[in-house]
Unconditional design. Sequence first.
Length: 94
Amino acid sequence: MVNQIQTWYLSIPLITRMYLTLSLITSLIVTFDLLTPFHLYLNLEKVLKEYEFWRIITCFLYFDKFGINLIFYVSTFFSLIEIGIFFVHLFAEA
């Protein structure tokens, strides 16, 4: 079972794998109440005046609390974008 999960994880394209991992970590941090979503959203006033630069990145990493929907969404959708299938069908000539 562990080997199958590892094989699946390593078969995900690199950028998607990093994005999935960071999204899962961010979601777990919020799920365990170490941070609230209010610490993660993009607030330009806090970025510029209070130098909270992490908000520029974390606003793209947090979707919802940890769950299977997060794993499915990130691994499927972003993998398709990274390997180009999404754009081939989107911009295909008639």
